[in-house]
Write a protein that binds this ligand. Structure first.
Ligand code: NAI
Length: 343
């Protein structure tokens, strides 16, 4: 038996606890050697500790440097700042890896196999914003500051390029808007092109595309892309678009990789509209757990998990409603665990 790997577990808000139970059942059936330290964050953190990111949770991740996280609710407009953004900043999680692969054939798009690498710490997404009052309107003008640095751009581009080589990808596309935001996204494009010329030329093809054209091309012919690397806000939007190509948010995992830790999660949010109804699709979080097993150098276990997910969906045809099935979370989980145990 390999020694247990300490890891932080954050069930999260909304559907979080439901899909986390499913994921833990699968990991247990696999015999994954993970020793969990359960912690709260988001709305649950506020309820338990009066803080959306309690110090105890941060201490746990500081210790384990590894976490599996359910979605965390962030109030829109006012309220507290996103715990997800704070976690990324706290642990320097600069690269957000979001693979999208067709798992259920016969959909609108077949055989999709794409990776979006999103810069996770800079850009317009950092939320450095303020209002300027004019007369009696306190919100007369809204302003946001975007910051991209050479060093921040280089490290995520390097991550994307290395990932492409390590996983045998043939093409990397830098997505930008340097025709309009010449400085803010120009620095990202320029850094990527220079890095490619200096260090990576010939090891894969480098392409560049403007974000709006990229969105159209992804819908018309997604197969022309392989790895997409882009700044924070564009990556946020594109990864949901790409999720739509493979059956929706219930099917896409994400890894936040950084200097001080790695945090694995589903791309989707807490889905308050279906929370507590037992219909949530746990596949995205299960696939995030598979990425975590890869990160822990347990590739045989992650392969077993991915095969069992595929067989549950396509051989047993047990599927949740969001991907055209009639099963609830519990029934899907039972079928998946049976697949894992009998493999
Ligand atoms: P959402 O991703 O929670 O939901 C969008 C739509 O997809 C909803 O109709 C929902 O029912 C559906 N959906 C999402 N995941 C599903 C699943 N596993 N199975 C079946 N259907 C699923 O996005 P929304 O509603 O914009 O955000 C809700 C909350 O989640 C917000 O507070 C937001 O800030 C937070 N959020 C958190 C994220 C994270 O923790 N990484 C990421 C995105 C949003």
């Amino acid at each position: 038996m390999p020694p247990p790997i300490p890891a932080t577990l954050i069930p999260g808000d909304g559907i979080g606890p439901e899909i986390m139970d499913a994921t833990l059942a699968a990991l247990e059936a696999l015999g994954a050697p993970l020793r969990w330290d359960m912690q709260a964050a988001g709305l649950q953190g506020v309820k338990e500790a009066g803080d959306p990111l309690p110090p105890k949770t941060l201490d746990s991740i500081r210790r384990t440097r590894l976490a599996l996280k359910g979605p965390l609710e962030t109030p829109s407009g006012g309220g507290y700042r996103s715990s997800n953004v704070r976690l990324r900043e706290e642990f320097n999680l600069y690269a957000n890896l979001r693979p999208a692969r067709t798992l259920i054939p016969g959909g609108r798009f077949d055989n999709i196999d794409l990776v979006v690498v999103r810069e996770n710490l800079e850009g317009l997404y950092i939320g450095h914003e303020h209002y300027i009052p004019i007369g009696d309107d306190p919100h007369a003008v809204a302003m946001a500051t975007g910051v991209n640095t050479r060093q921040g751009s280089r490290r995520v581009l390097e991550f994307a390029f290395e990932h492409a080589i390590a996983t045998g990808r043939k093409k990397v596309t830098i997505v930008h808007k340097a025709n309009i935001m010449k400085a803010l996204t120009g620095i990202f494009l320029e850094t990527g092109q220079q890095l490619y010329e200096r260090k990576y030329k010939g090891r894969f093809t480098l392409d560049t595309v403007i974000i709006d054209a990229c969105a159209m091309k992804l819908v018309l012919n997604p197969w022309q892309f392989d790895v997409l690397v882009t700044t924070n806000l564009f990556g946020d939007i594109l990864s949901d678009l790409v999720a739509g190509l493979v059956g929706g948010l219930g099917m896409t995992p994400g890894a936040n990789i950084g200097i001080d830790a790695a945090i694995f999660e589903a791309v989707h949010g807490s889905a308050p509209d279906i929370a507590g109804t037992g219909v949530a699709n746990p596949t995205a979080l299960l696939l995030a757990a598979a990425m975590m097993l890869d990160h822990c150098r347990l590739p045989e276990m992650s392969a077993r998990l991915r095969t069992a997910i595929g067989d549950t969906l396509n051989v047993d045809k047990v599927r949740t409603g969001d991907v055209g099935g009639h099963s609830g979370t519990a029934e899907f989980t039972r079928a998946l665990v049976t697949r894992i145990v009998n493999a």
